[in-house]
Ligand binder design. Structure first.
Ligand SMILES: Nc1ncnc2c1ncn2[C@@H]1O[C@H](COP(=O)(O)OP(=O)(O)OP(=O)(O)O)[C@@H](O)[C@H]1O
Ligand SMILES: [Mg+2]
Length: 371
């Protein structure tokens, strides 16, 4: 997967920029607040995913612009494709999205076309921060391989919010009008499906991450990543999300209702599952050092790129936003070595960070490319 050309206008502070990408290394260099991450974010949106900054649509349109427009030409091993993404300030709900000139209804309709992996300084907190970040990491990884997955996760979230509100009302004395039965059924259907996809992804993740981590640590440390379900004790060899797993899920949800009513929210389910990471048998969240957390994050992200390329047969484009300056020289060389052959875009404030790198330089200033 290689970006050939990218242009953007009216996206945050970006003004009529157009970049001809190098097939291998691209370096966006500039002082703070000039638009480097904005370029990364705009390229990322062309993959169909939401902003990695969690931004709302209205934040994406330039403060003084009426319209934002992105155009990305990229190629994989078979053909050249074009994503066009535009949005008017007065009609943000109706984005205009096209893949190869054909209208696509929603950004998720772009899934599966332009594959990329983004790595930001926030990702360095992956194994240290809240479980929600790790669930988000798996969900993103799975949705890149299975485009319809994202919609199921969103629907699950929506039903869960309704169930939780209903639990609170019941706790305050309102009788259950039978809605719990309906929602539990839906949550169990979607939850079993999400569990299977996440669990299977985590098995692949374990194989890839363990190998890479051992290499990075010189063989002295063993990383184990495991999917921990709050519903199922044992998942090995179980894939029947319509039958066996669904049955157990609904049973647990029903049995836990009184406890849920007391708590005021749903205690079990995929929304509380965990990706557990441990080094040499010690849970990373509680025991890992700062450097170990960085290594885990680096390896999880690298594994995401490796699995995506194994499953799709295409290398993803790698966006490294400000991470190289956050890593020491050993980890920096390791990642650059491991993504060799893939197209990479990196940002930096100091040219010093990328001294000796052979690639195309773009100097970003005030939302424009100045050289
Ligand atoms: N909707 C918007 N309209 C206009 N400007 C915006 C909008 N959103 C963000 N900006 C501006 O974009 C700039 C930030 O750009 P960006 O995050 O890309 O900086 P950067 O070059 O990556 O900087 P750093 O090195 O600090 O990470 C800020 O000046 C911010 O005010
Ligand atoms: Mg930035």
């Amino acid at each position: 997967m290689r970006v050939i050309r990218f242009s953007a206008d009216g996206f945050r502070n970006l003004k009529e920029i157009s970049l001809e990408f190098d097939p291998e290394l691209n370096i966006l260099c500039g002082r703070n607040a000039q638009g480097k991450t904005n370029i990364m974010e705009a390229v990322w949106l062309c993959s169909g995913e939401r902003s990695f900054r969690g931004a709302k649509d209205k934040e994406l349109i330039g403060a003084d612009a009426d319209r934002m427009a992105l155009l990305l030409d990229f190629e994989d091993s078979r053909r050249t494709q074009t994503v066009s993404y535009s949005m008017l300030r007065r009609d943000m709900k109706n984005k205009k999205l096209e893949l190869n000139g054909v209208n696509v209804k929603t950004p998720s309709g772009l899934f599966g076309a332009f594959g990329c992996v983004v790595f930001t300084p926030e990702d360095l907190e992956l194994s240290k921060g809240a479980p929600d970040n790790r669930r988000g990491f798996i969900d993103l990884s799975v949705s890149q391989l299975k485009p319809s997955y994202r919609g199921v996760v969103e629907k699950y979230r929506h039903i869960l919010d309704q169930r939780n509100l209903h639990l609170k009302h019941i706790g305050q004395g309102r009788p259950d009008d039978g809605m719990l039965d309906i929602w539990d059924m839906q949550l169990a259907q979607m939850g079993s499906y999400i569990t299977v996809l996440r669990y299977n992804y985590c098995k692949k993740l374990q194989r890839t991450a363990e190998k890479l981590f051992s290499e990075l640590s010189g063989g002295g440390e063993e990383l184990v990543t495991e999917y921990h379900s709050t519903v199922f004790r044992e998942l090995d060899g179980r894939n029947d999300y319509r039958g066996d797993l669904f049955g157990e899920y609904i049973e647990k949800l029903t049995a836990g209702r009184n406890e849920d009513i007391r708590a005021g929210f749903t205690l079990r389910g995929v929304h509380r599952d965990e990706l557990k990471c441990s080094i040499n048998g010690m849970n990373a969240k509680d025991y890992a050092s700062q450097g170990q957390h960085r290594s885990i994050a680096l390896i999880l992200k690298l594994s995401q790129a490796y699995i995506l390329s194994e499953e799709t047969g295409e290398y993803p484009c790698i966006l490294l936003d400000d991470v190289l300056s956050e890593l020491d020289s050993v980890r920096r060389s390791f990642i650059m070595e491991k993504i060799r052959g893939m197209q990479v875009v990196i940002t930096c404030c100091e040219e010093e960070t990328v001294k000796g790198c052979k690639g195309r330089f773009f100097r970003v200033e005030g939302g424009r490319i100045v050289s």
